[in-house]
Write a protein that binds this ligand. Sequence first.
Ligand SMILES: [Zn+2]
Length: 276
Amino acid sequence: MSDKNKPEELKALEPILDETVVTDSPIANPADQGAWNKTQEAHQLKDGDSATHIGLPPGELQKLQAQGKAEKFEIFDPAKEAKLGPLENITIDGTVSDQFLKQLRAGIKEIPENERRFLEKAGVKIVAKDIVNGHAGSPAIYEPGSKKVVVGMAGFLEGGDSPTETNQTSFKLSTKNSDVAGSFKHEVGHAIFDTLKIEQLQELKAVIAEEKAKVRNDDKEALAHLLEEDDEIFAESYAFIRGRESPRVNALIMNFPRTIALIDDILRTNKDLNPQ
Ligand SMILES: [Zn+2]
């Protein structure tokens, strides 16, 4: 390509694109290096700084904004950045992994903010725990007394046969929580059932009873735990509405479509959950 056919922009870049290999440091002696460092001080990051909030001094930013050039800049606001949304303040009990906390936080984000605000006001708290002991070995639990939603990395259950039997067998059962967000959502369902006093809703009670009576035999095993109490049906329906997926959820959808639709309606219209 001859020089006169080159676009102007390319010509301007030529000094930069020069392929000469630089073998020596352009700074010849330590004094020069010191002088260079001094010029860079204004641009150095302090511990805890991020590149986004040292980029431009406020004056420069204002100049650019006056020219209509800075509208795409995000102004870093440390106070705003540190503020947690409702129910995002997790209490940690024991040693838990970052991966586990990440999954739990993802689950929290999937609960709509109005519901989290309601639960926080009602005094519900979230606890991340290494091992949850009890409650049939389930790795997550809702404690109505303390209003704690406790989610464990694992569940643990120890027990034995009735002491009146002669050949006792004891057992220890430990289960890894393979669905952190899903188990969290189920327990949030319990928390809503409790704090919103769902058991008083006669219409829901009636629909659950109707569908319970018609559960397909093939699905009775998968749904056994949920069929024990109405609040279990509610908790798992809630978990499904908030995105939980599992074979048990599939069985629930097959057998409790009207229950799920009514719960969805309650969540969208309840005045305590949706204050105006
Ligand atoms: Zn439950």
